[in-house]
Design a protein around this ligand. Structure first.
Ligand SMILES: Cc1cc2nc3c(=O)[nH]c(=O)nc-3n(C[C@H](O)[C@H](O)[C@H](O)COP(=O)(O)OP(=O)(O)OC[C@H]3O[C@@H](n4cnc5c(N)ncnc54)[C@H](O)[C@@H]3O)c2cc1C
Length: 455
C-alpha cells in the first residue's frame, strides 16, 4: 500500500491512523464496517490509481460520494473505499445551461452554484445527499415532474472503469456505458464528473400542509386524484410524519403524528397559491405552511431532521397507482411512525419521467405513478430492531399491491432477486454491459449486477 500512498495526491487512511474511525463511517450510523483503507481522492487520477490498486490486489471497491446510501455502500469490510467528497469542482455555463460538476459534490453544493445563475436540475430533497449515488441510481426530486430524473439530465460523464482507465460516456462516446450509468448505480465504474443540463428556476412557492389524523384515508384519495391532473410545474409528496417540535409548526401539533402533503410549485406565488388551492381547502388542514421561498431553501428544508449519525432502516416499492386497498394499509400502519425522524413518503414519478422510453436508460420503471418508502430512523441504536418490525409489517402489507421492484437507491440489502426485479426488462442488458466493463466484479459494493457470464 506504500506504493498507493506515494501515487495519490489525496490521503490514504488505514486502520490505526488518526481519523480512521471517522473516515470508515457513513451517514447511516447502523453501518459498522472496517475497510482495509480509505482513499480520500483529490482528483480523477487518484480514482484511477485506487481502482488499479484494488483490481491488482483483488479488493472490493466501495465508492463514496455523499455517503447517504442507507445500505452503507459508501464503506465496506476489508476493501478499498474511494471517498470522492473532496472533489467538488463545479463550472456553470449559464449561456448554454450546462453545469460540469465533480462527483464529490452534494446537491447543496450543486444547487448553490447553479442557483447563482437562476438555474437548477432535478436533485434530491435533502441537500447533503451526494450527486454521485443519487444520479447513477436515477434520482428524483421536486423538479422531476417538470424535467425528469437527475439521470435524464446527464449529458455526459467521465468514468474510471474497472481497468483503471478514464473514459468519456455520452450518447456518442461509449453509449452503452452511458446507458448503464443512468440508473445502474455504481456497477460500471466510478463517475468522476457529470455534465448536467440546467433549467431556469427562479420562483418557488412551497411548503407542507398537515391534515387531521382521522382524515388520513380521505386525504390520500384526494392526493391521488389531485396529482392525476396536477400541472407538471407542481410536485407534491404525501407523508405520514411526526410533527417536528419547533417553528414554523404550531405548538399544539408538536410530536403529533399526522398525514401531510409537501408541495412545491415552480412559478410565482399567486399562481402557486391557486394551483395548490384544492390541497389547502381539503379538511380544512390543521396547518398550511406554504409560501414563496428560494429554491435552495426548499432543497434543504428537511436537512435538520435528518442529520448524519442516525440509525436507518428502509423498505420501499414502486406502485402503479394508490388504490383503496393500499390506502387502507397506510391508514393502519402510517399512524404508528416511531420517531420524529422516521416517515412514510409517497413520491410522484409521473410527468416528464414518463416521457423517456423505458429502454432509453437503465432506470426501468417509467410507467408507475408512485414510489413509497417506509423509513425508520432513530438516534438510539438499540431501538432500531423494534422499529424494523414496523417497517417490515407495513411494507409486507403493501407489497402485494406494488409494481414488483423498487428504486435501487431506496433498497437496502435484499438480495439478487430484488435487484433483478428492480431493473426488470433492462437487467439482461445491464449484465452484458457489466461483463464488458467490469468482468471481475470489482464494483460489487452496490445493488450488484453480476456480469452476464457469471449469471
Ligand atoms: C436523507 C436522504 C434523503 C434522500 N432523498 C432522496 C431523494 O429525494 N431522491 C432520490 O432520488 N434519492 C434520495 N435518497 C437516496 C439517495 O439517492 C441514495 O442514498 C444515494 O445512494 C445517495 O448518494 P450518495 O452519493 O450520497 O451515496 P454514497 O453512499 O456515497 O454512494 C452510494 C453508492 O452509489 C454509487 N455511487 C456513488 N457515487 C458514485 C460515483 N461517483 N460513480 C459511480 N457510482 C457512485 C456507488 O455504488 C455507491 O456505493 C435519499 C437518501 C437519504 C439518506
Amino acid at each position: 500500500m506504500d506504493e498507493l500512498i506515494q501515487a495519490v495526491r489525496g490521503t490514504v487512511i488505514r486502520p490505526g491512523d488518526a481519523g480512521y474511525e471517522g473516515a470508515r463511517r457513513v451517514y447511516n450510523a447502523d453501518i459498522d464496517r472496517r475497510p482495509a483503507a480509505i482513499v480520500a481522492c483529490a482528483d480523477a487520477a487518484d480514482v484511477s490509481r485506487g481502482v488499479g490498486y484494488a483490481h491488482e490486489h483483488g479488493l472490493a471497491v466501495a465508492i463514496r460520494g455523499g455517503g447517504h446510501s442507507a445500505a452503507g455502500f459508501g464503506t465496506c469490510d476489508g476493501g478499498l473505499v474511494l471517498d470522492l467528497s473532496a472533489m467538488k469542482g463545479i463550472r456553470v455555463d449559464a449561456k448554454r445551461r450546462i453545469a460540469r460538476a465533480e462527483a464529490g459534490c452534494t446537491w447543496g453544493d450543486f444547487d448553490r452554484a447553479t442557483q447563482a445563475q437562476g438555474l437548477a436540475t432535478p436533485g434530491g430533497i435533502i441537500s447533503t445527499t451526494g450527486l454521485g449515488g443519487l444520479t447513477t441510481g436515477g434520482g428524483f426530486g421536486y423538479l422531476s415532474r417538470l424535467h425528469g430524473l437527475a439521470c435524464d439530465n446527464v449529458i455526459s460523464a467521465d468514468v474510471v472503469t474497472a481497468a483503471g482507465t478514464l473514459v468519456a460516456a455520452s450518447a456518442t462516446q461509449n453509449a452503452d456505458l452511458f446507458w448503464a450509468i443512468r440508473g445502474g448505480g455504481g456497477n460500471f465504474g466510478v463517475v468522476t464528473a457529470f455534465e448536467f443540463r440546467l433549467h431556469p428556476v427562479t420562483q418557488v412557492y412551497a411548503g407542507p400542509i398537515l391534515y387531521a389524523p382521522e382524515q388520513a384515508a380521505d386525504a390520500m384519495r384526494m392526493y391521488r386524484d389531485f396529482m392525476r391532473s396536477a400541472p407538471r410545474n407542481l410536485s407534491a409528496f404525501f407523508a405520514f410524519l411526526m410533527v417536528p417540535p419547533g417553528p414554523p409548526f404550531p405548538e399544539p401539533l408538536w410530536l403529533k403524528t399526522v398525514p401531510g402533503i409537501m408541495c412545491a410549485y415552480f412559478g410565482d406565488a399567486a399562481a402557486g397559491e391557486a394551483a395548490i388551492a384544492p390541497l389547502r381547502a381539503f379538511g380544512p388542514p390543521l396547518a398550511a405552511l406554504t409560501g414563496p421561498m428560494p429554491y435552495t431553501v426548499l432543497q434543504s428544508l428537511f436537512d435538520g431532521l435528518l442529520p448524519p449519525g442516525l440509525h436507518h432502516y428502509w423498505k420501499s416499492d414502486f406502485a402503479s397507482d394508490l388504490n383503496d386497498e393500499m390506502i387502507a394499509v397506510h391508514a393502519k400502519f402510517g399512524p404508528q411512525i416511531p420517531t420524529v425522524n422516521s416517515a412514510m413518503h409517497i413520491y410522484p414519478l409521473d410527468g416528464a419521467i414518463h416521457d423517456v422510453p423505458t429502454g432509453d436508460t437503465a432506470f426501468a420503471y417509467r410507467d408507475v405513478r408512485f414510489v413509497h418508502i417506509i423509513a425508520a430512523v432513530t438516534p438510539e441504536a438499540v431501538r432500531l430492531a423494534g422499529y424494523r418490525e414496523w417497517v417490515r409489517a407495513y411494507w409486507s402489507a403493501l407489497h402485494p399491491y406494488s409494481a414488483g421492484g423498487t428504486y435501487v437507491n431506496f433498497l437496502m440489502e435484499e438480495g439478487e432477486q430484488r435487484v433483478s426485479e428492480s431493473y426488470r426488462g433492462n437487467h439482461a442488458r445491464l449484465a452484458a454491459i457489466k461483463a464488458q466493463y467490469d468482468p471481475g466484479n470489482v464494483f460489487r459494493v452496490n445493488q450488484n449486477i453480476l456480469p452476464a457470464h457469471h449469471s
